[in-house]
Design a protein around this ligand. Structure first.
Ligand code: CP
Length: 323
């Protein structure tokens, strides 16, 4: 794998490969083998032009657990504030020896530009670009659903027959887009639920059905309900009902959680707006996989970095090391 830019073009084979290698990585963590030598001598640059807690820290943890060196770059406090371009910033980091660049950017398409412009030779991982995609979030979500469903038998399995309902601010959500593409590639049945003003215009071209009534969608008994953060920072008043109305009609609360089948899980990519799209008791309920998703994110990002930087040629050794 040369780059990881999106899930729309990620093949079923490559998606399952990442999830299966992530299983190996997770096994090492649960056996308390905290550090593998696999990426010794490699340098991973975290290039973050937008804020992040989970994604940035878990890429850093993933790289360090594979023994790579890590350079963290945040646009805040850098020469970006003096007008330095993406090209010059990236080439400066490449000159410091970057083998992989993990980029989060407010502009949709920035990782693709970095990967295809010829400015740098490093592998590029999209850590979230504008409203476009957040592929490693979708991969860790798929990993979490698969793990919950198949446990120790997860390897090699796709999500055929699994019903996933994604609820909330679909319009602004790169997490929703990446999940729709990945989950459908893996065979899951995807339903989107949102107020009509928070549905993208091109949604009819997506491999998902759209519903507007959350209680109707939950009555179908989905295996996983994924709540999305309301992106108030990107919101135009015209899109959004009042917070009280949103929470009443599209928020997940204890009553709605109780209406789900006993083995359904409640997901959220974080950060959560508690009391808006999800109540505290739903977020903290035994059905919630929010912290499991965070932990799985490290394994999935280890797998992505490994496949980018060590590739198929070292697969056997890495898996042996991981076991
Ligand atoms: N889920 C997610 O991308 O969280 P962060 O913005 O904290 O990285």
């Amino acid at each position: 794998m040369r780059h990881l830019l999106d899930t729309k073009t990620l093949s079923r084979h490559d998606a399952l490969r990442i999830l299966d290698v992530a299983e190996d990585m997770r096994d090492t963590q649960t056996r308390e083998i905290k550090k593998l030598p696999t990426l010794r001598g490699k340098t991973v640059v975290n290039l973050f032009f937008e804020d992040s807690t989970r994604t940035r820290i878990s890429f850093e943890a993933a790289a360090k657990r594979l023994s790579a060196d890590v350079i963290n770059f945040s646009a805040k406090g850098s020469s970006v504030s003096k007008g330095e371009s993406l090209q010059d910033t990236a080439q400066t980091l490449q000159a410091m020896g970057a083998d992989a660049v993990v980029i989060r950017h407010g502009a949709s398409g920035a990782p693709q530009t970095l990967a295809t412009s010829g400015w740098i030779s490093a592998g590029v991982v999209n850590a979230g670009d504008g409203t476009h995609e957040h592929p490693t979030q979708a991969l860790l979500d798929a990993f979490t659903i698969r793990k919950r469903r198949f446990g120790a038998d997860s390897r090699g399995r796709d999500l055929t027959g699994v019903a996933v309902t994604i609820v909330g601010d679909i319009l602004h959500s790169r997490v929703a887009r990446s999940n729709v593409w990945l989950l459908s590639t893996l065979g899951a049945d995807v339903t989107l639920v949102a107020p009509p003003t928070l549905v993208p215009q091109d949604v009819s071209a997506w491999p998902a059905r759209i519903r507007y009534d959350l209680d109707d969608a939950l009555a179908a008994g989905p295996d996983a309900v994924m709540m999305l953060r309301i992106q108030l920072e990107r919101m135009n008043a015209a899109y959004f009902p009042t917070e009280r109305e949103y929470s009443r009609r599209w928020g997940l609360d204890a009553r709605r959680v109780a209406s789900l089948p006993a083995d359904s899980i409640v997901m959220h990519p974080g950060p959560m707006n508690r009391g808006l799209e999800i109540s505290a008791d739903a977020a903290d309920s035994p059905r919630s996989t929010v912290l499991e998703q965070v932990a799985n994110g490290v394994s999935v990002r280890m797998a992505a970095l490994y496949l980018l930087l060590a590739g198929e040629r070292d697969t056997t050794n890495a898996e042996e090391a991981a076991r």
